[in-house]
Write a protein that binds this ligand. Structure first.
Ligand code: BES
Ligand code: MN
Ligand code: MN
Length: 456
């Protein structure tokens, strides 16, 4: 029988074909018209997990999209790894910017182009194929595994958040393994040890009962759109410092050791700036760019709906306006506390000339992983053996809600072993997955299980 690594290498073509099948399912969690597709993606996974010999494979219905669970628990005395990923994807709009359709996966050069290729179907499926390689070549696993794969990550993970505190036993493990982040470069394996949390809100501001003529009424009735402008201007200053009182009270200061570690991070600022297309970098002057991107909280407005935006001019005071914005949080900021600080501040700064409603659209705590956990050493070894290089350890500015929740409710540390690339264009048109990273991901995952399973 071949060893698991050569099994994986001999089955690359089929492993790729299966991923392509998975990517054909448009499992966009936030769009109601794709609800049946999201369900189908979950069922497809259940079948695929069952086919490789996992047990207890089933869909867990929730108030939203189902969770997928599977396990293999026949390595008594060996540790248990909880593998998490998400099978939902971001909306693919705007479609016309895609060079090939988002749900017709296409290979160009060494990249597989499709919505969800890197975030997160390709990455989570690498672990499924690693488990297959181990089970098919050894007939057993070197440790116990549980898979929990959700279909709501891109909408903030509400059902899984509710599930975690209630299902501590089902999810109990020694460590969680998540591949849903990026490597610094194709040759440099990267382990993320910090993720930002988030609070997402929508603000509705109401003024007159209907749009008013701005000549007849302007100067006498306040304009909700102008009010929104003032509110946004008071949320943060021009250097990026958030002005909500108390916002920074719980921000854990960066230690000298960590600032030193982050300064070692091989960050190519020119390349990064070129990727953004912005004229120059921006942000809090007393922190480095790397610190600002991963270790400092932020506040950003994502969308404003209001007023007249059609062709030509229309002189109105709009009756109502709406803004969506979020705050990225760092340890030890708490989403619920940040929300109440924001509520108090808005009550202070919104004038009595309008009424408003604030809608809470989900929150997730930030996380910092324990770099001394034995699974970290196994991940380091797996990277070393697969890429011939030690991984670098970095903090990521994005959020994976479940990681902080695992820590809070299960006391579970997570190893974030990402196989994406910063240039994968996740959430954007032409998302792609670098195929060598898919195959290396499978191998690294096999080696991680072997190495972590062998520990005393
Ligand atoms: N996989 C990403 C998180 C991520 C982004 C990791 C960039 C590494 C680099 C995840 O799927 C994601 O998009 N998370 C959302 C969470 C939100 C919807 C609660 C995010 O960060 O915006
Ligand atoms: Mn993701
Ligand atoms: Mn995402």
């Amino acid at each position: 029988m071949p060893n698991p690594i050569s099994y994986a290498q001999n089955n690359r073509e089929r492993h790729l074909a299966e991923l392509i099948e998975f990517l054909r399912i448009p499992s966009v969690s936030t769009q109601p018209e794709h609800q049946a597709d999201v369900q189908r993606a979950a069922e497809w996974l259940v079948e695929s997990l069952t086919a490789i010999g996992l047990e207890n494979t089933h869909l867990i219905p929730t108030a939203g999209h189902p969770l997928v669970y599977a396990d293999w628990l026949h390595a008594p005395g060996a540790p248990t790894v909880l593998i998490y990923g998400h099978y939902d994807v971001q909306p693919a709009e705007p479609f016309d910017l895609w060079h090939s359709p988002p749900f017709a996966p296409t290979i160009r050069d060494d990249y597989l182009y499709a919505r969800g290729a890197s975030d997160d179907k390709g990455q989570v499926y690498a672990h499924v194929k690693a488990v297959e390689a181990l089970l098919k070549s050894d007939g057993r696993l070197p440790l116990n595994v549980k898979f929990i794969i959700e279909g709501e990550e891109e909408m903030g993970g509400p059902s899984l958040s509710a599930f975690i505190p209630q299902q501590k036993e089902l999810l109990a493990a020694d460590v969680a393994l998540v591949s849903d982040t990026a490597m610094v470069s194709p040759a440099q394996p990267s382990i993320v040890y910090g993720l930002r949390g988030m609070c997402y809100v929508m603000l509705d501001i109401y003024g007159p009962q209907r749009d008013l003529h701005s000549g007849t009424f302007g100067g006498g009735v306040d304009n909700p759109l102008n009010v929104l402008g003032h509110v946004i201007a008071r949320l943060k200053d021009e250097n990026g410092r958030v002005l909500i009182p108390g916002f920074y009270d719980r921000v854990r200061p960066l230690t000298d050791e960590e600032r030193h570690l982050l300064a070692q991070y091989p960050f190519d600022e020119a390349n990064w700036l070129a990727e953004t297309g912005a004229p120059q970098p921006w942000g809090e002057p007393e922190f480095s760019l790397v610190e600002r991107l991963g270790a400092r909280p932020t506040l950003d407005v994502h969308g404003i709906i209001g007023g007249y935006t059609g062709p030509g001019g229309k002189t109105v005071l709009p009756a109502h306006v709406h803004a969506k914005f979020s705050m990225r949080l760092v340890p030890d900021q708490e989403p619920a506390e940040i929300q109440s600080l924001l509520e108090k501040y808005l009550a202070d700064i919104l004038p009595p000339t309008v009424t408003y409603e604030l809608h809470w659209r989900g929150g997730a705590p930030a996380s910092i992983s324990d770099l001394h956990h034995p699974a970290m050493a196994a991940a380091r070894k797996a990277c070393q053996e697969t890429y011939g290089r030690d991984p670098i350890f970095m903090r990521e500015g994005g959020s994976i809600p479940v990681v902080g929740e695992f820590q809070t409710y299960l006391g579970l540390e997570t190893v974030l072993l990402g196989f994406g690339l910063v240039s994968d264009q996740i959430h954007a048109p032409n998302e792609r997955f670098y195929l060598p990273n898919y195959f290396h991901g499978i191998e690294a995952s096999i080696r991680f299980f072997q190495s972590y399973g062998e520990r005393d």
